[in-house]
Ligand binder design. Structure first.
Ligand SMILES: [Zn+2]
Length: 534
């Protein structure tokens, strides 16, 4: 009997982490990501583990994004001593990303401690330190994809290209139970076909169980060609006004995709030659890693190399590592393209560029990634006339371009197509998505392929059996150790239901659409629910 517990990115999109327990007592983890977005979600990072980190034999890491890798230093700090099996580019990217994340954790703790001190409260220790991050880097054991590795007796694994970011992998895991073998596939984050730089996601044909991401399980992306022409339009708009083009960037993949496209525009003479600045130390490091890992590029990127160009370099591209170089960008008048972190305009050097350019007519701000609620980027996208930057009100007069087609995630159509390759009729668990998105994809998969699907909730423990023993599909058991969380989740769901019900009853009663009997029944239900929650 194999148990898989969904310890993150279940009913949400961050904190990816699965605990897999084999009958022989082996315990492995798949991903160990940071929870991000909002205080409540981030509080989960501080919770005690639901297992003993020192008892985990191995961690499989699908890719470097911090929502999949960001709790590794904490895991190591708390006693994990096993290996981290991942692809070589992921290991390299993690060096940059985990050290950067540790630095952010230290800064946050320092800021909070200073605030606490003024209120005579206790100092706060960071979630983990640079030393913890450095210690975790020693445990990385890069393995090339496409080869079956015997990791432990009874446990075999293979990484396959996921086509999401450089080095991103799908994990195929074989676990032996007595004389039978069970295969679980973890999709990790899946990319889409024809994405820039990386090769298309590997098509997998067989699995007994599939854990599939569903970030865009209910959506379709805009086409990439539209996005390309929008970026071109932004550049043309600001060059004609002799102003700057600001691109708030995500350090890994998105930044390199933009550099790739700018290179293409330039080689084809589609944009005038002007300075291009990559103004983010982390994005600079990531770009250097991309440059070193050419063998993982797709055929189109290889073709650029064959023509004698570097897809991430141009004669007019400047890497501005130091603060001095960064400040100098705004001292020079005239058009320039400035790619600066962070992607949601909440911190980093982009804030300086916003302060200098956002109020200038003719300048442009090109938004190329998701903007979470409450961020400066989101306020601008939603049409704010003014935003606060470094405590100062800055008018938004620059033209804002929101470009949606750069996502490194498969959308509903791509996910369905990928699932269609399975010939073994796996049972599918939908994770890494908001509940509505996961459920929509689950329904589609059942409708189109007739596969059994299930959307697990956070901390749910699933019991998987070898297929021969299955008649009704996997047996789902209630989590044993986390009854409290299950109940809390249940209450949150009930509260939502109740709110919706109250609204429906009110509107229907007002419009006289409800018969007396029905109204009584609804009121009774409402009271029952209310009673349950008190
Ligand atoms: Zn990712």
């Amino acid at each position: 009997m194999i148990k898989v517990t969904c310890l993150g990115a279940a009913g949400s999109v961050t904190g990816s982490c699965y605990l897999v327990e084999s009958p022989g007592g082996k315990k492995v983890l798949v991903d160990c990501g940071l929870f991000q977005g909002g205080r409540q979600m981030e509080a989960r990072n501080w919770e005690a583990w639901d297992f003993d980190p020192s008892r985990i034999d191995i961690l499989f890491l699908t890719h470097a994004h911090i929502d999949h890798s960001g709790r590794i230093p904490k895991l190591v700090k708390d006693g994990f001593k096993g290996h981290i099996m991942t692809s070589p580019p992921t290991a390299e990217l993690c060096q940059a990303l985990l050290l950067d994340s540790a630095h952010i954790q230290e800064m946050d703790a320092e800021w909070q401690s200073r605030k606490n001190k003024r209120q005579s409260k206790k100092e706060i220790a960071p979630l983990y330190t640079t030393e913890d991050a450095e210690a975790s880097l020693h445990l990385f054991k890069p393995v090339e994809r496409d080869q079956v590795i015997q990791v432990e007796p009874g446990v075999k694994a293979r990484l396959r290209n996921a086509g999401h970011i450089l080095g991103s992998s799908i994990l195929e895991l074989w676990l032996e139970e007595k004389k039978e073998c069970l295969k679980i596939v973890f999709s990790g984050d899946l990319g889409k076909k024809n994405q820039l730089i990386v090769k298309d996601p590997h098509e997998v044909f067989d699995a007994d169980y599939l854990f599939l991401e569903s970030t865009y399980g209910n959506r379709r992306h805009r086409t990439f060609e539209d996005s390309k022409s929008e970026l071109l339009e932004a550049i043309k708009y600001s060059t004609s006004h002799n102003e700057k083009i600001m691109i708030p960037a995500f350090a890994v993949e998105r930044t390199q995709e933009i550099l790739y496209m700018l290179g293409e525009f330039q080689r084809q003479g589609m944009i005038p030659e002007m300075p291009i600045y990559l103004d983010s130390p982390l994005a600079i490091k990531a770009t250097e890693i991309f440059r070193r890992n050419r063998k993982y590029y797709d055929a189109e990127a290889q073709a650029i190399l064959d023509e004698g160009f570097d897809p991430f370099d141009m004669p007019n591209l400047r890497f501005t590592s130091t603060t001095k170089e960064s400040i100098a960008i705004n001292e020079k008048p005239g058009s320039a393209i400035v790619i600066a972190g962070n992607g949601m305009c909440t911190a980093g050097r982009i804030k300086h560029h916003l302060k200098h350019n956002l109020w200038r007519q003719g300048a442009s701000l090109v938004i190329v990634g998701y903007q979470a609620m409450g961020t400066t980027g989101r306020r601008i996208v939603e049409g704010a006339k003014q935003v606060k930057v470094f405590g100062e009100n800055v008018s938004v007069r620059a033209k804002v371009f929101t470009i949606g087609g750069f996502s490194a995630h498969a959308d509903q159509k791509d996910l369905l197509e990928w699932v269609g390759h399975f010939e073994s009729r796996p049972r599918v668990f939908l994770t890494h998505g908001e509940p509505a998105s996961s459920q929509a994809l689950a329904d589609k998969i059942t409708e189109i392929y007739g596969l059994q699907t299930y959307v697990p909730f956070w901390k749910e423990r699933l019991i998987l059996r070898p297929k021969e023993l299955l008649s009704e599909g996997a047996e789902i058991v209630e989590p044993e150790a986390d009854m409290e969380n299950t109940l809390l989740n249940g209450i949150i769901d009930l509260e939502k239901e109740l709110k919706a019900l109250r609204k429906r009853v009110k509107t229907a009663a007002r419009q006289g659409k409800i018969e007396g009997d029905e109204l009584d029944r609804l009121k009774f239900l409402q009271e029952e629910l209310q009673g349950l929650m008190e």
